[in-house]
Design a binder for this molecule. Structure first.
Ligand code: NAP
Length: 243
């Protein structure tokens, strides 16, 4: 089995996911670029390799169980284990999102990718993660999914339009993260949620004020936690994000 740390990043073809792959690769890791679009995936892998990173391409659509199972089988064949899973793939889901006018298909899309996708991928990869000596799972969440931040009248989210799809999908993801941490307590698998901050990517039509590379930093920190690091927490660059 390879001595090199093996990390899978979902949705690694662009945005924050690409930068997470680049930053983990720069640590000398082998990074598995999980992405659904062949062209975008291969372009990302070529870019990472051109930067000297050991990048491997794996087709992965987090909404498709067959695709997820095939990705796990490919990683098993290639490496026999997985050390770090970064569940980064995420979507807004469409518009409108206001609770009074939202289309349930929009809610379903957001939850299918942002929550069920994480559960699908995590459960497929857990047997491989259990073979690692330092298994870590990082779920890319968002502080928009924090009840405390949503309800803070003076906070940065006070003026954010109400959402019944993307925002609750991240609250759901946070809840799922805590439950994985609870089940995996005492197994050595550390599971945490990270918020990248508001980064300029396709997701928000480049309205964010941080770079994707800045957004990737929290994921790298949670991916490289020591054995006595936290599990079941929610963090950004500044520390703990309130639930
Ligand atoms: P992005 O640039 O739109 O990238 C999203 C990535 O997810 C893309 O690679 C996309 O692939 C992939 N993806 C979407 N659906 C997928 C599926 N079914 N299967 C596999 N991959 C899929 O967005 P981003 O801003 O980098 O977001 C990354 C993560 O950070 C998301 O979870 C997002 O919710 C979270 N986040 C972002 C911000 C922000 O300000 N940008 C803030 C807080 C949290 P395609 O190219 O094929 O669409």
């Amino acid at each position: 089995m390879s001595e090199t740390t093996i990390g899978l990043v979902t949705g690694a073809n662009k945005g924050i996911g690409f930068e997470i792959a680049a930053q983990l690769g720069a640590l000398g890791w082998t990074v598995v670029v999980g992405a659904r679009d062949t062209g975008r995936r291969e372009t990302a892998v070529e870019k990472l390799r051109a930067a000297g990173i050991d990048a491997v391409s794996v087709p992965l659509d987090v909404t498709d169980q067959d695709s997820v199972s095939a990705a796990a089988a490919a990683i098993d064949r290639g490496f026999g284990r997985l050390d770090v899973l970064v569940n980064n793939a995420g979507i807004i889901g469409g518009t409108p999102q206001a609770p009074s006018t939202v289309d349930l298909a929009t809610v379903h899309r957001a939850v299918d990718t942002n929550v069920y996708g994480v559960i699908r991928v995590t459960n497929a990869m857990l047997p491989l993660l259990r073979r690692s000596s330092a298994p870590r799972i990082v779920n890319m969440s968002s502080s928009v999914g924090s009840f405390a931040e949503q309800l803070d009248p003076g906070g940065p989210l006070a003026g954010m339009p109400a959402s019944a799809a993307y925002v609750p999908s991240k609250a759901f993801l946070n809840a799922v993260t805590v439950q994985y941490a609870k089940e995996l307590r005492d197994t050595g698998v550390l599971v945490n949620a990270g918020c990248p901050g508001y980064c300029a990517t396709d997701l928000n039509n480049y309205t964010g004020f941080r770079t994707p590379a800045q957004g990737a930093v929290i994921a790298v920190r949670l991916a490289t936690l020591p054995a006595d690091g936290p599990s079941g927490g929610f963090f950004n660059d500044e520390g703990v994000v309130p639930w």
